[in-house]
Design a protein around this ligand. Structure first.
Ligand code: GCB
Length: 597
């Protein structure tokens, strides 16, 4: 789905700001039929949970309502008027005055509504958006709702981050011409000094299409006619990690001399390939240094914030981090746009986290129902998961920063049904995008012996907590376990291994001369022990520390004000580990010493 843009033929109105707000019960049966009867206002974009002091709002399970008046610009009488929500977490319903114009399930991908016939240029309408935070065994991520003995509805889920909800990303009103460009796919290729650009333009009705490629200085370097084709760029400047270069594909619908619609699609020319135990970008081995992150800040929750965006990437650059994984859901598009412009490599993940009923925000070992069954995660869950993959790739396929799709985080891989569940999803991912490798991350419960799905993927992605959940406080054992596990996966599959998570909770300001968990020294020593193991294993192609920053977690999982495995605090102050990582990563600079030296 194309991002709304202001171009010569399109206009864009941002609807962010303060909206009237009410939780479901307080709002009444049909809150969209009139002005919301409320004194509350909520900021958009922001999760609503931490805005208010009332815990009934924070803990509410179900619908909340946002409302505001919107005026359609008066020059739009010949245009299609579109409403676009960058996200409604986890389900959204959109009403223009009293009419339902859009519904969408899936909390981290955009959706839109053509509202042309419900509004008039120059006139105001009442925009009401319902957002539901419920997670069930049919949603991605999954969850269950329980009723306490005293009648309260509670949301349970199998991931540790807090279930922030609401309108955490921007809302837009935008215009497109009646016949317009609906979709663009750009597949770049690199042949020595020549770039190839396969493109396909989808239009809302049959139309004559032409395309031009502009370089970063705005000079035309290639041009073509027709809705699909392949263009060549001589003396191409490739997009490289740490040295981004973007071209602009200008797609136009033309009618004789007149241009009916114009869209600008940024793209980079780069290739990605897995060969043997190497991960290659533009044919060169790439070593990932960076983090699993979260969209998580005080007060805003998962609300997108450009200031944090800039600051987080500044901190990553300061550390020598070259990459990140969008743990555990697709991030705001602004994040990937920024990564594209700044040469930061991304692994793009669906919101399929917690497909593992053995895990309750940590390892519990409690008896649990089967993960895959008619009553738990079933064919309908898989259909929702397939839709999440379609929407992720549909939104992010043109980002050069995205080098791999991650279809799930830590699913159950050894239980009956795991392979039947995942095989079609991996096939679908490869069909939608044959150019990027595909992965899923493996939790501690997945071993080289019990795993039934790792061969479906291109890279073995391991989340390991030796020295934390296992061998806590014993880094000698932790290092030995890491070593033997890496060897076992190399022997089993001979694929590249990416350490997608490893880390230790750490309280800033807590110190010890001994290997004492929770201290800053322990986090430093814990990372160092892992790095020694990674450096001994040629197949390790990268290290993503868990986590970039401390983040808020769900109630009931025994954490002290959230997950503290951050290398930065929640307000982005460095722990000692940040300085240690900086020393290592700046010297690595995207290369693995044992591989390339
Ligand atoms: C994991 C999960 C991550 C958790 C982390 C932890 O394996 O992938 O979402 O936050 O462990 O700290 O427990």
């Amino acid at each position: 789905m194309l991002k709304p843009l202001s171009t010569a033929t399109r206009e864009l109105v941002n609807l962010d700001g303060l909206w009237d707000f009410a939780v479901g019960t307080a709002a009444g049966e049909h809150p969209w039929t009139g002005p919301l009867d409320t004194r509350l206002e909520a900021a958009v974009p922001a999760s609503y949970n931490d805005l208010f002091t009332d815990s009934a709002i924070r803990d509410h399970v179900g619908w909340v309502w946002y409302q505001r008046l919107v005026r359609v610009p008066r020059g739009w009488s010949d245009e299609r008027v579109m409403l676009r929500l960058d996200a409604a977490t986890h389900e959204g319903r959109v009403y223009v005055d009293d009419t339902l114009v859009a519904e969408h399930v899936g909390g981290y991908t955009p959706f839109e509504a053509n509202i042309t016939e419900h509004v008039a240029a120059g006139q105001e309408f009442r925009l009401t958006i319902g957002v539901n935070n419920e997670l069930t065994n049919l949603t991605i991520p999954p969850g269950t709702i329980t009723i306490t003995e005293d009648g309260r509805r509670q949301q349970k889920y199998h991931h540790d981050f807090y279930n922030y909800a609401g309108l955490a990303r921007s809302v837009w009103l935008h215009s497109v011409p009646r016949v317009h460009i609906e979709d663009i796919t750009v597949v770049p290729g690199l042949d020595s000094t020549t770039g190839t650009v396969e493109y396909e333009i989808g239009t809302s009705a049959p139309a004559a299409v032409r395309v031009r490629v502009l370089d970063a200085a705005g000079t035309e370097v290639a041009a073509g006619e027709g809705a699909s084709g392949t263009l060549s760029i001589e003396d191409v400047t490739p997009w490289r990690p740490g040295a981004a270069y973007l071209y602009d594909l200008v797609a136009e619908i033309v009618d004789g001399e007149a241009v009916r619609d114009t869209y600008h699609q940024a793209f980079g020319v780069r290739t990605v390939e897995v060969r043997g135990t190497k991960f290659l970008i533009n044919g060169e081995p790439f070593y990932f240094t960076g983090f699993g992150k979260h969209e998580d800040t005080p007060v805003r929750g998962k609300g997108h914030d450009d200031a944090y965006l800039v600051h987080d990437f500044q901190l990553m650059e300061w550390l020598g981090a070259n990459s990140f994984r969008t743990t555990h859901y697709p991030y705001a598009e602004e994040v990937l746009d920024f990564a594209d412009r700044h040469g930061i490599v991304a692994i793009d993940e669906t919101a399929a986290v917690g497909l593992n009923l053995a895990v309750q925000g940590g390892l519990t070992g409690r008896p649990h129902p089967p993960t895959y069954s008619d009553d738990t995660l079933n064919d309908d869950t898989r259909a929702a998961h397939a839709q999440a993959i379609r929407e992720l790739i549909g939104r992010d396929k043109n980002h050069p920063s995205v080098v791999m799709w991650c279809v799930a985080n830590e699913p159950s891989t050894h239980e009956d049904g795991a392979r039947d569940y995942f095989e079609p999803l991996v096939e679908l991912t490869r069909k939608l995008d044959p150019t990027r490798p595909v992965c899923s991350t493996a939790s501690l419960l997945t071993t080289h012996e019990n795993d039934r799905i790792a061969d479906l993927f291109d890279v073995v992605c391991l989340n390991r907590y030796y020295g934390w959940y296992i061998a806590n406080g014993d880094l000698v054992t932790a290092e030995a376990l890491m070593d033997s596990e890496l060897r076992a996966w190399v022997e089993k599959l001979g694929k590249p291994i990416l350490m997608t998570e490893y880390g230790a909770d750490t309280l800033p300001g807590l110190h010890s001369v001994w290997d004492q968990p929770w201290t800053e020294e322990y986090q430093v020593a814990h990372l160092a022990a892992h790095h020694r193991a990674f450096d001994r294993c040629d197949a390790v192609v990268g290290e993503h520390v868990w986590n970039f920053a401390d983040f808020q977690t769900s109630p009931g999982i025994h954490r002290v004000d959230g997950n503290r495995k951050g290398v930065f605090t929640r307000d982005r102050r460095p722990k000692a580990a940040a300085h240690a990582l900086r020393a290592r990563w700046i010297s690595l600079s995207g290369h693995k010493p044992s591989n390339d030296a």
